[in-house]
Design a protein around this ligand. Structure first.
Ligand SMILES: Nc1nc2c(ncn2[C@@H]2O[C@H](COP(=O)(O)OP(=O)(O)OP(=O)(O)O)[C@@H](O)[C@H]2O)c(=O)[nH]1
Length: 401
């Protein structure tokens, strides 16, 4: 099915694209194929032309005429073979159209020259000319104008020679003319159709390529948008830590791995003490900077395999794989101390920022993440209740760190 893309874009008589640029691109794209096919067709046609030496001998026998015929055939064959080689290597279809036309003219001249040398076999030669014309039209691809002109030259040249040299009668000349007109017409329209079909196919292919390219670009754009969205969803804007949702996903994975590998796993809830007072006294922007500094401090103090996220407000959450409660306490203590020593004098002058940390460890196999969070939260609450700036493990809720 041909789309509207190609309809009306091809010249009626040449089958070429109306737009010169498009035609030039088309020719450039098919140049290697045309070169190959032209060279091969020429090779075959030349060899067939040469093979007719046998029939020359049959018609004229060994003698001067035969030698002349042989010379013509050898000249045509040698020059055409050389041109077939040149075409195959350098026959640029766009710039060197004359190179494609030349062998056709040589072949046509060779065929015309046979008439005075073998006038008695005119009938056979008419058939040979008709076959040669069809071969020109059908075997030489994508060169309609070149082929049409060469065919016209062969037809007229043959007709004139037949009348002038072989003394063809008016009736015979008329018959030859009709046959050649018919052969030319059939050949021309067959090649015209072929040229149009090939260009239509090419145009459709181009269109498809453009669409595919657009689709690829669209897919790449969407993928990059998706990645951007994912990054936004996974990160907390203020602190750069994992967002709550992303933390839950990652922590869930770590917990499952710990449970199936029967390795210890702990969860830490970190809450900034009296943070409301910081906001109220120095403003939200100062509060934000304090939160970001604490987040950075925590992140730097953890191991690469630990996962930290912002749980909400001034609360952070940490998953510690391969860590038992006592080791988690050590980590938490280190964190607590580092926060307490933070140089945040610029943000909150004369204020010592502290955090309270609640820890829960997996004791039973069935413990799930929400339960663990609840336990850590309870420990945190106990820590707040117990005076803040401390670490509390869930199993010893009520005790001070
Ligand atoms: N600047 C800033 N403040 C926030 C943010 N998220 C939550 N807060 C504030 O953090 C404060 C938390 O206050 P509370 O829950 O009363 O806790 P607290 O004052 O830290 O007291 P304790 O936790 O009991 O020690 C609230 O005033 C929130 O508005 C944030 O992203 N930036």
């Amino acid at each position: 099915m041909l789309s509207s893309i190609t309809r009306g874009r091809l010249h009626r008589l040449t089958g070429q694209f109306h737009e010169p640029d498009r035609e030039a691109t088309y020719r450039r794209d098919i140049a290697p194929r045309v070169r190959r096919e032209s060279s091969l067709s020429l090779l075959v046609a030349t060899l067939i032309f040469g093979m007719f030496t046998v029939s020359d001998y049959y018609y004229v026998g060994a003698g001067t005429e035969f030698h002349l015929l042989l010379t013509v055939r050898i000249l045509v064959v040698v020059s055409c073979l050389a041109l077939a080689f040149v075409l195959g290597r350098w026959g640029g279809y766009c710039r060197k159209v004359w190179l494609h036309a030349l062998p056709l003219w040589i072949l046509a001249t060779g065929i015309i020259l046979l008439v005075p040398l073998r006038p008695e076999s005119l009938a056979t030669q008419v058939t040979a000319v008709a076959v040669a014309l069809m071969a020109f039209y059908l075997l030489i691809p994508n060169l309609l104008s070149v082929v049409a002109i060469a065919s016209l030259y062969l037809s007229l040249g043959f007709l004139i020679t037949a009348v002038m040299v072989a003394d063809a009668s008016a009736v015979v000349a008329l018959r030859i003319s009709l046959l050649l007109i018919m052969t030319n017409a059939v050949g021309f329209f067959a090649l015209l159709r072929l040229e149009k079909l090939q260009r239509q196919q090419y145009a459709l292919l181009q269109e498809e390529r453009v669409q595919n390219q657009q689709m690829t670009q669209e897919i790449a754009h969407r993928k990059s948008l998706e990645a951007q969205l994912r990054r936004v969803a996974e990160r907390d804007v203020l602190t750069g830590l994992n967002s709550r949702g992303h933390f839950m996903e990652r922590a869930q994975g770590l917990l499952q791995r710990a449970q199936s590998g029967k390795s210890p796993f702990c969860l830490m809830m970190i809450d900034v003490d009296h943070f409301k007072a910081i906001n109220d006294t120095w403003g939200h922007s100062h509060g934000d900077r304090v939160l970001a500094t604490i987040a950075e401090t925590c992140m730097r103090s953890l191991r690469p395999q630990d996962v930290i996220g912002r749980f909400g407000g001034e609360e952070f959450i940490v998953a510690l794989p391969d860590t038992g409660p006592e080791d988690a306490r050590t980590v938490a203590e280190r964190l607590r101390q580092k926060v307490a020593e933070l140089p945040v004098r610029e943000e909150v002058p004369d204020h010592r920022v502290t955090v309270t940390i609640g820890i829960a460890g997996v004791l039973e196999e069935a413990t799930d993440l929400p339960a663990l969070i609840q336990q850590a939260d309870r420990a945190l609450y106990a820590g707040k209740h117990g005076g803040r700036n401390r670490v509390v493990i869930h199993q010893d809720v009520g005790e001070e760190a």
